[in-house]
Design a protein. Structure first.
Length: 182
């Protein structure tokens, strides 16, 4: 994945003017990125994780869970479409998308997004107030759980295979990671 060549820094108005051609576009620091459609395995893992997050956050009326494609407008020059987000403040939900950083952004790695998600997006998410960032790798059957710290994201835990994980920041949130890979 590479940014499309432009002579100037793009903003939300440029992003909003992109024709609907079925591709996924994102802005990071004013550079435009194009992402191919996700694979069925990617979508299956996303759907299964989203259900678990909905069962926790929405059942307790703590937050709302959204899946891609949805615009998350972090700044006028940073518009992303994470695979899953959790939003705890209703005022962040607008007609344009989600305004500001969600409490959780989840990216499910694909061969074409692996470096982009781990480096560029992680750096911007941390800098722009996304408190929690999870990276899900369907190929390795692994989930990495990060929390914002003073120097960017800090790894809380990395879990491989069919395990469960009780997240320390949300009492009662126990994820069945094995269910993602079946």
């Amino acid at each position: 994945m590479t940014p499309l060549e432009m002579n100037r820094k793009l903003d939300y108005s440029d992003y909003a003017a992109i024709p609907d051609d079925g591709k996924r576009y994102e802005l990071l620091e004013g550079s435009l990125f194009v992402t191919p459609a996700p694979s069925p395995i990617h979508q299956r893992v996303s759907k299964r994780l989203q259900r678990q997050l909905e069962d926790y956050f929405e059942a307790r009326s703590l937050a709302e869970v959204f899946d891609a494609p949805i615009d998350v407008i972090l700044t006028s020059h940073d518009v992303v479409q994470p695979d899953i987000i959790v939003v705890s403040r209703a005022e962040q939900i607008s007609k344009r998308g989600i305004e500001g950083g969600p409490i959780l952004a989840v990216e499910i790695l694909s061969p074409s997004t692996r470096v982009h998600d781990r480096e560029r997006k992680a750096r911007r998410y941390a800098a722009l107030g996304v408190q929690h960032y999870w990276i899900v790798d369907p190929e390795a059957q692994c989930v990495e759980f990060y929390r914002a710290g003073s120097q960017g994201y800090e790894l809380l835990c990395r879990i491989e295979g069919p395990a469960t994980y009780a997240h320390p920041d949300w009492t009662g949130l126990t994820l069945d990671l094995g269910a993602l890979w079946r």
